[in-house]
Design a binder for this molecule. Structure first.
Ligand SMILES: [Ca+2]
Ligand SMILES: [Ca+2]
Length: 175
């Protein structure tokens, strides 16, 4: 009986230790996230960049192909903007409107260049939101791998030939 008790006490102790470790780990993660969140929201964007939530965006008026636009963003330590919800999309539309006076067709960072219908953002973030114009993405002519916003009557997204020259929106990488 004593042996059993000792063994179960040991188990309980190791369980408690495990609980403490898990709790400590979780608490640490939450703290880190809060710190990162606070630091990001306090940090102003560099000149010429517009802040939305934790990211900095810049409208690039020079019309370029999608790969040229992405390269230009890269040269600024940024990528073409990824879009993850309705309000981010709306905010980017407002940025374009402010700069061009209209809902001008504008490159964002999505493409399915590797495999048709397998969409990725050039900044490596999850493709967790879409805002396609009716009938899109239609991969017209079998070669439309790049996403632009403000397409068609509803000003939503269209997949397009990456070689078309359009303005673009860069987003700074946050780290
Ligand atoms: Ca396509
Ligand atoms: Ca299309």
């Amino acid at each position: 009986l004593k042996l059993l008790t000792t063994s179960s006490e040991k188990q309980r102790k190791s369980y408690n230790l495990l609980t403490v470790l898990v709790f400590t780990h979780k608490a640490g993660v939450v703290e880190e996230q809060q710190e990162a969140g606070a630091a990001e929201s306090d940090r102003p964007c560099p000149g010429g960049w517009t802040k939305y939530k934790s990211r900095c965006f810049m409208f690039v008026n020079t019309a370029m192909t999608w790969p040229q636009a992405e390269s230009y963003c890269l040269s600024l330590g940024a990528n073409l903007a990824s879009v993850h919800n309705y309000w981010e999309n709306y905010n980017l539309q407002q940025l374009v409107l402010k700069n061009t006076g209209q809902h001008h067709a504008t490159w964002i960072g999505g493409s399915d260049a590797v495999q048709v219908e397998q969409w990725f953002w050039s900044d490596g973030s999850k493709f967790d939101y879409q805002n396609w114009e009716r009938g899109e993405p239609n991969n017209y002519g079998g070669r439309e791998p790049c996403i632009h916003m403000n397409a068609g009557g509803d000003k939503m997204w269209n997949d397009l030939d990456c070689g078309v020259n359009l303005p673009s929106v860069c987003a700074l990488r946050t780290c």
